[in-house]
Design a binder for this molecule. Structure first.
Ligand SMILES: O=c1ccn([C@@H]2O[C@H](COP(=O)(O)O)[C@@H](O)[C@H]2O)c(=O)[nH]1
Length: 230
């Protein structure tokens, strides 16, 4: 069984601000998620900073490109020494195969993003699919896990079905975590930490509820209280 963990999304654009957040959350056994806002600007400087503070690194670049380009991108992430890297499962089987091939022999875990948690059912109409989000997430997750991807990013609402129907072990990574399911921001398929964990989530990805909190330690402690209880 995978140990349940929290990944804090370091979604800021300035390295000094990132440093202040990292100081506030230091001392916890956390994964820190670095997105492209910081990575495009600071590259190795930001990954080295996060690593020097003892955190595991989740590089959230959501690669989606032709197989050869993704192969090269994943190889660079291996060189960087990060722990997790996201790719879009919509990139197709060959792209996923190349991503998996590129990290072979390293400790890098590839996480496949299914349907972003900011999408609701009208997105399925937008992409011209007759599937529901649930069906598409399952199809993409199955393909990705079959290809050798280590983890699947989905909303909490799909996790139970994915864990039940995918026979191979995988890490379930769930963003869109909110204490209230009535949140009014850009997350459309959000869930409480209790719901996500009880559905089988292994890693909860949490950004604004921690980094924008008045007291970040207090906010983090509230999430840990749930993590230890569920
Ligand atoms: O489907 C997805 C995939 C990735 N994310 C990322 O997670 C965090 C969530 O931040 P919050 O502030 O807690 O909403 C953010 O970095 C996203 O890029 C996601 O939300 N949904």
């Amino acid at each position: 069984m995978t140990e349940k963990r929290i990944a804090v999304a370091l979604d800021v654009r300035d390295i000094k601000e990132a440093e202040r957040i990292l100081e506030d959350i230091s001392g916890y056994d956390l994964i820190v998620k670095i997105g492209y806002a910081l990575f495009i600007k600071y590259g190795r400087e930001i990954t080295d900073l996060v690593k020097s503070m003892g955190f595991d690194i989740f590089l959230d670049l959501k690669l989606h490109d032709i197989p050869n380009t993704v192969y090269n991108g994943v190889s660079s992430a291996v060189d960087l020494g990060v722990n997790y890297l996201t790719v879009h499962t919509l990139g197709g089987r060959q792209m996923l195969q190349k991503a998996v091939e590129a990290r072979e022999g390293s400790d890098l875990k590839i996480l496949g993003v299914t349907v972003l948690t900011s999408h609701s059912e009208d997105y399925m109409d937008y992409i011209g699919s007759h599937y529901t989000i649930d069906q598409l997430a399952l199809k993409l997750a199955k393909e990705a896990v079959d290809t050798g991807v280590d983890g699947i990013v989905s909303s909490a609402h799909e996790v139970e079905r994915l864990k039940k129907e995918i026979k191979k072990d995988f890490i379930s990574v769930v963003p869109g975590i909110r204490f209230s399911e009535d949140s009014t921001d850009d997350q459309k398929r959000s869930a409480t930490p209790e719901t996500a964990l009880r559905s089988g989530a292994d890693i909860l990805v949490i950004g604004r509820p921690i980094i924008k909190a008045q007291n970040r330690k207090e906010a983090l402690n509230k999430f840990y209280e749930v993590l230890n209880r569920c």
